[in-house]
Design a protein around this ligand. Sequence first.
Ligand SMILES: C=CC1=C(C)c2cc3[nH]c(cc4nc(cc5[nH]c(cc1n2)c(C)c5CCC(=O)O)C(CCC(=O)O)=C4C)c(C)c3C=C
Ligand SMILES: [Fe+2]
Ligand SMILES: [Fe+2]
Length: 344
Amino acid sequence: MTIATSYLPAEHPPVKFGRVGVLLVNLGTPDGTDYTSMRRYLREFLTDKRVIEWSPWKWYPILFGIVLNTRPQKVGKAYETIWNKDNNESYLRTYTRNQSDLMAARLKDLPNVKVDWAMRYGTPSIGSRIDALKDEGCDRIVLFPLYPQYAAATTATVNDKAFQHLLKMRWQPALRTVPDYHDDETYIEALASSVTKRLGTLDWEPEMILASFHGIPLSYSEQGDPYYFQCQKTGHLLRKKLGLSEEKFMVTFQSRFGPEEWLQPYTDKTVEKLAQDGVKRIAVLNPGFVSDCLETLEEIAEQAAHSFHANGGEKFAHIPCLNDSDDGMRVLEKVVRRELLGWV
Ligand SMILES: C=CC1=C(C)c2cc3[nH]c(cc4nc(cc5[nH]c(cc1n2)c(C)c5CCC(=O)O)C(CCC(=O)O)=C4C)c(C)c3C=C
Ligand SMILES: [Fe+2]
Ligand SMILES: [Fe+2]
């Protein structure tokens, strides 16, 4: 909306205002699987103090001396196995862009709302998309970190980054940050239906379903991060919705990084142990991930499946994330419409 108001001098450039932006933000992803792209991405990620809370004096020699010299090759290879070759990008990027397009279509009844997407690490950056929304006349922005459970390492760092950008702006947009939705009924229903749908495609029934969440160091939780309890509550509500007993459903934590103790039980150890204990059929879902990504497609659908089979397990099913499915979009739309209240 471009409005040249009568009280501006005639030579003043037109001022755009009166729109509301919705900015969907996910974690990020490298631009390619090569060493340079991987290193750039990991460097930005692993120098974030919300992610690695160690003092830079202790962490940087390890990061720059060891991690950034070895991990880019190793993780680059893992990304290659799950790269979306059609678009030459990671699936996290494909799904996030699709979610933004589908959200825009779902909000068609609100012509003043503009939907966009960004990544916390890599591109498109949060700052560049806030600027783009502002240029389109959005003087109010709903900032939606795409994490159903709150963690400082994910939600807070998205908010920090957006506010850091606002620090540099003379005419800031109003910013509303979207809270977690770990116990939202539509979210739990969508998860349950994703389980039912996937299991319906199998000719076997799992003896155990694992709800595997990304972990965080135990010390973050002990310092007051609500993440662990929110994951437990999501798991509990999902188990109830599926009508499963405690013997058939577990909450576990994956993607450990570094030497510290992380939230337990660990997904990899649990998968191994279940197989060793004679469990033959399991299914794993990742309720904390809005979109499939390296951590779900490679770490679970490839690595965990391999480890289950190697330890005597017979059937392993990965249940996809909600991604850009109708059920998944219904959840995101519900949250966005709630946060738009009073602004549209
Ligand atoms: C101490 C390190 C890390 C913390 C804490 C952490 C928390 C955390 N991460 C996600 C979601 C994702 N993480 C992803 C990849 C990833 N995570 C870490 C480290 C920590 N994450 C690293 C180093 C990486 C990169 C891959 C690797 O080197 O192993 C991804 C996938 C991105 C993709 O492009 O596919 C997601 C998503 C959550 C939800 C979370 C805390 C709750
Ligand atoms: Fe992570
Ligand atoms: Fe991982």
